[in-house]
Design a protein around this ligand. Structure first.
Ligand code: SF4
Length: 86
């Protein structure tokens, strides 16, 4: 595992600011349809983000288990890591 120590890319993150809340599940129960919509909105922001590659690489490196990072859900990152370990 090579954890990225240079995290200056985060300063250019498109998710900084009020939109940040849609990148993580709410503290209360979330319906599946609401989760899908929230994740889709977050992914749309990621698709415009200039640091998407850095972000995804970081999330994979640290095995981030929550939220949308680099345009991927936690399940998508887990599947990717599992596939790379096989
Ligand atoms: S790729 Fe998405 S989660 Fe990552 S910094 Fe950009 S907007 Fe935020």
């Amino acid at each position: 595992m090579s954890v990225q120590l240079d995290d200056r890319w985060q300063l250019r993150a498109a998710c900084r600011g009020p939109n940040q809340v849609i990148f993580f599940p709410p503290s209360q129960l979330e319906r599946r349809s609401d989760k899908r919509r929230r994740e889709q909105r977050a992914k749309e922001i990621c698709s415009t983000c200039s640091v998407q590659t850095d972000c995804l690489g970081y999330a994979l490196d640290i095995r981030e288990q929550h939220g949308i990072w680099g345009g991927s859900t936690e399940n998508e990152r887990r599947e990717r890591l599992n596939a790379s370990n096989n």
